[in-house]
Design a protein around this ligand. Structure first.
Ligand code: SDX
Length: 433
């Protein structure tokens, strides 16, 4: 149900003695765009938008965010409905194919993903090359790109069938790689995926089972894991998705593009914030220390991690669901009065009533409560961004597929405002002062 952009009139740009008419296009909802593709030729000037705060880099039908209202839709379905009624694999099908699957379509999709969860036996040697104390994200960055060394039958990016196979392989194998990164980090043996388990059950078992005893997946944790994956699946043109698109625009293979996305996600301003947010809550420790911490934020000594967002100027709808998830998991396996959860809730209450945060429209984002939930589930903070990258793989590869299917796709190549030295002649070293 993709709608072609519609004309919404023109915008006139007057620059010096030049006036240029620029087409305006409307999508199915959200802000219109002013098409500036012919502006440089007409004015000999570039637009300037570091950080892309006012720039639409592409057309997409996957995810819509209304940051003012706090809306997040995947192919039109609200995130809170998907989180409460769908499953991660069903959301994967929705993002990849545009529609919720019928029962038979879902069975076929789940079957093919399940049967691609194993890794080539030689792949396991990569992990041995890392120090045991390597950050699991370093292992993810280092190994996911190496998948392109194993699947030569799905590297032709101009073949839609091979693009589809690569997408399935990535979605299926990321949990196996992520679990191996964790097991290697803690010095435990790798656990093979089991085909009778669901996607999230399989991942939890590969992370927490040990050969010395049987492992039963806790259904509350499996449901919470699956919901957390749904909340992280895709998010429009965020930094790591834009990285995947830019890498893919050169014709790089999908495994290499996803490795680039993982590298970008690792940053503390992006996917690394969930790890930093929990470390921040631990540093605050108790609710009575919150006022002093808030003063440090206002003095710009540090950021309130898990707060703020480039697009959301309202409550991140994912944070609401994540907060409910934290309640459920803590009630099931943790301490319902978990001190860090109490600190987080009090910190949110104080911040949402403080003018500094109100005027800057700073609200909790998806990373604010996720760490408390993941920690209660048994994951160390170093695994939080790994879990984010596991879930976001479907969004990255769906966005990559959307770009590769566009016949007008071309390599991304931004320009600049040059402020360096103008032309000057070389001076031999003997003549330099
Ligand atoms: C994700 O793009 C996506 O969709 C990302 C994501 C996804 O699903 O892909 O949603 C996932 O990355 C969520 C965001 C996780 N990051 C954090 O929680 C880190 C903390 N947040 C900030 O670093 C910040 O809010 C950003 C990076 C998320 C957004 O920054 P912007 O849009 O560039 O805003 P800004 O830095 O220009 O801030 C505007 C003002 C500034 O104050 P002034 O200079 O006007 O006085 O707000 C302040 C900032 O200092 N500010 C914060 C703050 N975030 C912004 N002050 C304190 N704490 C914060 N968290």
């Amino acid at each position: 149900m993709t709608e072609a952009p519609k004309s919404a009139g023109t915008a006139t740009l007057t620059y010096g003695d030049t006036s240029v008419e620029l087409p305006v296009m409307a999508g199915s909802t959200g802000p219109n765009v002013i098409d500036i593709r012919k502006m440089y030729a007409a004015t000999d000037a570039f637009t300037f938008d570091p950080g892309f705060t006012s720039t639409a880099a592409c057309e997409s039908a996957l995810t819509y965010i209304d940051g003012d209202v706090g809306t997040l839709l995947h192919r039109g379905y609200p995130i809170d409905q998907l989180a409460s009624k769908s499953s991660f694999l069903e959301v994967c099908h929705l993002l990849l194919h545009g529609e919720l699957p019928t029962a038979s379509e879902f069975a076929a999709f789940e079957n093919i993903v399940t049967r691609h969860t194993m890794l080539h036996s030689q792949f396991d040697r990569f992990f041995e090359g890392f120090r045991r104390d390597a950050h699991p994200m370093a292992i993810m960055v280092g190994t996911v790109g190496a998948l392109s060394a194993f699947y030569h039958d799905s590297l032709d990016i101009h073949d839609a069938r091979q693009r589809e196979i690569s997408a399935i392989r990535l979605i299926a194998k990321m949990p196996t790689i992520a679990a191996r990164a964790y097991k290697y980090h803690i010095g435990q043996p790798f656990v093979t995926p089991r085909n009778e388990l669901s996607y999230s059950e399989n991942f939890l078992r590969m992370c927490f089972a040990v050969p010395a005893e049987d492992y039963e997946v806790n259904p509350v944790l499996a449901k919470a894991m699956d919901r957390i994956f749904i909340l992280h699946a895709d998010h429009e043109q965020n930094a790591s998705t834009s990285t995947v698109r830019l890498a893919g625009s050169s014709g790089a293979n999908p495994f290499a593009c996803i490795a680039a996305g993982i590298a970008c996600l690792w940053g503390p301003s992006h996917g690394g914030a969930n790890e930093e947010a929990l470390n921040m809550l631990k540093e605050i420790g108790t609710p009575d220390k919150i006022p002093e911490f808030i003063e440090g934020v206002k003095a710009k000594k540090y950021k309130l991690m898990g707060f703020g967002h480039r697009v959301y100027k309202n409550y991140d709808p994912r944070a609401k669901v994540m907060k409910e998830s934290a309640d459920e998991v803590l009630a099931a396996v943790g301490d319902p009065n978990d001190p860090l959860f109490q600190v987080a809730k009090e910190l949110e209450r104080i911040a949402l009533n403080d003018e500094y945060f109100i005027e800057r429209k700073l609200f909790p984002n998806v990373d604010f409560y996720s760490g408390i939930t993941l920690s209660a589930m048994g994951f160390p903070t170093s695994m939080f961004t790994v879990l984010f990258s596991l879930a976001r793989t479907v969004g990255w590869i769906a966005q990559w597929q959307e770009m590769m299917a566009d016949p007008s796709q071309k390599i991304g190549r931004p320009r600049q405002l040059y402020t360096g030295p103008t032309e000057r002649d070389y001076v031999p070293i003997q003549q330099r002062g």
